[in-house]
Design a binder for this molecule. Structure first.
Ligand SMILES: [Zn+2]
Length: 65
């Protein structure tokens, strides 16, 4: 067993890295979806005013999206 440890250590490191990578990806994706769901058509990302029919009353005139 002890003889295998130097070979197993990099494998564990890779597994941990892969798990962490996908874990972060899943968390970020979920959070993005949640923010999109919450903010979606609610608040302008630029000025923070309410979005009405996918348009910001403040920014729509000067900067059409
Ligand atoms: Zn705006």
């Amino acid at each position: 067993m002890i003889g295998l440890l130097p070979f197993l250590a990099p494998v564990y490191a890779v597994i941990i890295a892969v798990v962490a990578y996908f874990g972060i990806r899943v968390l970020v994706g979920r959070r993005k979806r949640q923010i999109k769901k919450d903010v979606g058509e609610g608040i302008c990302a630029v000025c923070g005013s309410r979005i009405i029919q996918n348009k910001c009353p403040n920014c729509d005139e000067t900067k059409p999206v």
